[in-house]
Design a protein around this ligand. Structure first.
Ligand code: GDP
Ligand code: MG
Length: 163
């Protein structure tokens, strides 16, 4: 089995915060497809003695805060092709958005392990709010706070188990 994990999700949910917390060293960006890989960041991480590669998608387009939905879809399609497991990150602070629903629709068809991660669960109230994400139809979810690392242990246990 391979060991590539891609983090997908719409902008501002906390993908890069999580990525930066996880990685020990960065790898050079492999410029296989110009204009696509440019938007991706690669790192190495390990947990429970298992090493894996982590791909942080999106958010690297210079000079623009706007990320078109088609761009996110492209990142998700790439992740589906390239990764052995996918972290789909959403944000409890904003709740479910249309973009989340579109990404969920793509991911529901995927045969690879998909981990629905609800980020920004900073307190008990937010944990209660997180139950709405069941409606994305991806099963159970992992509540985490990327800024503190809360909840990430359970996620990583399950993640490396799937690789
Ligand atoms: P990305 O666009 O998905 O890569 O999101 P970023 O990692 O750039 O984070 C977007 C914003 O969310 C930043 O202001 C982060 O500090 C904030 N953020 C990330 N994780 C958490 C968290 O666990 N709790 C809270 N309250 N904010 C967070
Ligand atoms: Mg980012």
């Amino acid at each position: 089995m391979g060991n590539i994990v891609a983090i997908v999700g719409r902008p501002n949910v906390g993908k890069s915060t999580f990525f930066n917390r996880m990685i020990q060293r960065r790898e050079a960006i492999v410029d296989a497809v110009s204009g696509v890989t440019r938007d991706r960041n690669y790192g190495k991480s390990d947990w429970n003695g298992r090493t894996f590669s982590l791909i942080d998608t999106g958010g690297y387009v210079k000079g623009s805060d706007d990320v078109f939905e088609s761009e996110i879809d492209k990142q998700v399609e790439l992740a589906i092709d390239e990764a052995d497991a996918i972290i789909f990150m959403v944000d409890v602070e904003s709740g479910i958005t249309g973009m989340d629903e579109d990404v969920a629709k793509l991911l529901r068809k995927v045969k690879k392990p998909v981990f629905l991660v609800v980020n920004k669960v900073d307190n008990a109230k937010r944990l209660e709010n997180a139950v709405e994400f069941y409606s994305l139809g991806l099963g159970n979810f992992y509540p985490i706070a990327s800024t503190s690392g809360s909840g990430t242990g359970e996620l990583l246990d399950a993640l490396v188990e799937s690789l």
